[in-house]
Write a protein that binds this ligand. Structure first.
Ligand code: ZN
Length: 436
């Protein structure tokens, strides 16, 4: 038991310490993001800091010492996430802040500082790298005798510390594009001869080059990056499809590309240009072939998307988006709608809109691969006498007669093909559309 006098003396010493050594920086917040192969801890600071990092074992800990740094009175410590089991802070010696990350297992740490941007102040980023995890594969059942599945890499833009654009109602791009990407993956997985790989499947950041690498490692046949647009004029409206341009984009496209590419910096030095992907990109002449395939696929997507949403441009646009730089994978970037337009912001949040949009994307991809089947795939193995059944996912508010009208078939044939006893359908139901 400590005496009251001893406690009083200790408090006095601490107060004296704070008074003598004025902190050069204050930690305003500590956030933790968990991804499949790393956990990121971000300190938001009032000024750049020096820092020393070292690990301790038994139990595994990462210690971060920040000289001349204080914590804000309002600081709340983050909940456990990823490999971070707990975060503790304490004054080590006068004026120095010690932060201890208790880890669930050993992880390699990389740290770097980020300068302020419009969303955040100074940041110290600590990446805790875990061994490579396998990409999220939704369905592995291939049909060997009928050819392999076409693999679609579905990339939800931004994530984690990078929220992307924001709507006036508080909608964040990273959230709505993940919701749409997950629906696109579901649609693709429900389609015979196709399967989806989600490049990001949670609220964490993936550097742009890493996104391409995930698609490449999954041997993707197609890469689609999903975003929401933003503009200072809130009346701007409509969806746009982009393919890569090395140069010659118009001003507006360049502005957009600059904003999207800027997010690559969030990867910072931890995943710098050391990967061979970049060298390949610069060398590989097949980029041109991928570009014309990307444009053809983009045009098919526009055709299907225009039935569910206004298009800002009815032609595929070109812009220098880094994420589209895979030399061997046809790649498109979809700006689904303007999050800065309150009406479109509401659409982006709406499950009905998300479902209809995802369905249109799947239809566009199927159209493209039906016309351009990669060798050895289910699409190439198909014969004209063996047409691909078209499937439809019922969305909220749809009736059987509306669906029949849309595909130019009768309700009677729809009922027969799907063994329906009545005309009622439910949300999420998958209907096979009869041919001819
Ligand atoms: Zn974006």
């Amino acid at each position: 038991m400590k005496s009251a006098r001893a406690i009083k003396a200790l408090c006095g010493a601490l107060l004296l310490g704070h008074a003598t050594f004025a902190a050069a920086a204050t930690v305003n917040s500590i956030r933790v993001w968990s991804g499949p192969d790393s956990t990121r801890v971000v300190f938001e600071l009032t000024a750049p800091v020096e820092h020393r990092v070292f690990t301790l074992s038994d139990p595994e800990r990462l210690v971060i010492d920040l000289p001349a740094t204080a914590v804000a009175a309002t600081l709340t410590l983050p909940e456990p996430k990823g490999v971070v089991a707990a975060v503790r802070t304490g004054d080590r010696t006068t004026g120095e802040l010690r932060v201890v990350l208790e880890l669930t297992r050993a992880a390699k740490a990389k740290t770097f500082l980020l300068a302020p941007n419009e969303q955040y102040g100074h940041r110290l980023v600590v990446d805790l790298l875990q061994p490579e995890a396998a990409p999220v594969i939704h369905r592995t059942a291939a049909i060997p005798e009928r050819g392999r599945d076409v693999v679609i890499a579905v990339d939800a833009g931004h994530g984690g510390d990078d929220p992307g654009a924001s709507g006036r109602g508080g909608t964040r791009e990273k959230d709505v594009v993940l919701a749409i990407a997950r629906r696109v993956a579901q649609e693709v997985d429900a389609q015979r001869g196709m399967r989806a790989v989600l490049v990001r499947n949670g609220d964490y950041f993936v550097p742009l080059r890493k996104r391409m690498e995930i698609a490449h490692n999954a041997q993707a046949d197609f890469f689609i990056s999903i975003h929401a647009d933003s503009y200072r004029d809130s009346s701007a409206t409509g969806a746009t499809i982009y393919v890569l341009s090395e140069k010659g984009a118009n001003d507006e496209a360049s502005r957009l590309a600059q904003r999207e590419n800027a997010s690559d910096l969030i990867g910072g030095v931890s995943l710098a240009d050391t990967d061979q992907m970049l060298a390949r990109v610069l060398l590989d002449l097949s980029q041109n072939a991928a570009l014309s395939a990307s444009t053809a696929a983009g045009q098919r997507l526009i055709k299907r998307m225009s039935s569910v949403t206004p298009m800002r441009r009815v032609q595929v646009q070109q812009a220098p988006f880094l994420v589209l730089k895979s030399p061997d994978i046809p790649s498109v970037l979809v700006e689904t709608a303007y999050i800065s337009n309150p009406r479109e912001e509401a659409s982006l949040r709406s499950p009905q809109y998300q479902a209809a949009f995802a369905q249109a994307v799947r239809e566009g991809i199927v159209d493209y691969f039906t016309a351009n089947p990669p060798q050895g795939t289910y699409f190439a193995a198909r014969t004209p006498e063996d047409p691909e059944p078209t499937v439809h996912h019922v969305i909220r508010g749809e009736t059987l007669s509306e669906i029949a009208e849309r595909y130019r078939v009768t309700t009677a044939s729809l009922r027969r093909t799907n063994s329906l006893k009545t005309d009622s359908v439910r949300v999420g139901q998958v209907l096979t559309i009869p041919q001819g």
